[in-house]
Ligand binder design. Structure first.
Ligand SMILES: [Zn+2]
Length: 206
């Protein structure tokens, strides 16, 4: 984990983002059929974590999370943790409380932690976290984060909102952006923010 003073960014260089996109595309393409057929939605992040990576997703209390993570590792509220030593992804139960957005947020956090597992794992057991994005809205710029954090978010978006499946939806004629986004949110089990950002990103890289 990078210490304080690590460079903070809001988005990756296009080349780095494209590389993650390609890696995720390969991962999704190699998932065994009984785990995911490549089409059904939402993308089953929990099953992928368990069947492909041997990681269990657990919902835990804020206090349990604070017991394993030092304040200095994660600013603010901890949304999720990856504990590579025991092979678990922890999702903060507070995060799931919101009846409207909880499930979507939990899915994105799970994808984020899976991204750390795939991209940043070291040989020693380690803990990775995701801090909450409280106060961050669609109208504000993304909060600057360290490179691994932005990479993990990029991974999660690519995994839960796969480019080919999103593009197929966007190609439907006569649908406004607003309509498309609402449909995508329901179909992919993602928040408005995640979908809006994903659509914007995919339009930029076509
Ligand atoms: Zn993280």
């Amino acid at each position: 984990m990078e210490g304080t003073g690590a460079r903070k960014i809001t988005s990756l260089d296009p080349g780095d983002a494209a590389e993650i996109e390609q890696d995720v595309d390969e991962i999704l393409g190699s998932i065994p059929d009984h785990v995911w057929n490549g089409r059904s939605l939402p993308v089953p992040v929990e099953e992928i974590a368990r069947e492909v990576y041997g990681l269990r997703i657990c919902v835990v209390s804020h206090d349990q999370m604070r017991e394993v993570v030092a304040d200095s590792l994660c600013d603010g509220t901890v949304s999720g943790l990856l504990l590579t030593g025991i092979g678990e992804i922890w999702i903060n139960e507070d995060e799931l409380q919101d009846p409207q957005w909880g499930a979507q947020r939990g899915r994105f956090t799970a994808g984020h932690e899976l991204g750390h597992f795939v991209m940043h794992q070291k040989s020693r057991p380690a803990i990775y976290c995701r801090s909450s994005e409280a106060g961050e809205s669609l109208d504000t710029e993304p909060t600057p984060r360290t490179v691994p954090e932005v990479e993990a978010n990029t991974f999660s978006a690519a995994l839960l909102l796969p480019a080919p499946l999103i593009r197929a939806e966007l190609d439907v004629q006569g649908q406004s952006d607003e309509e498309s986004i609402s449909i995508l949110m329901a179909r992919f089990g993602a928040s408005r923010k995640a979908v809006s950002r994903r659509v914007r990103t995919l339009r930029e890289i076509t």
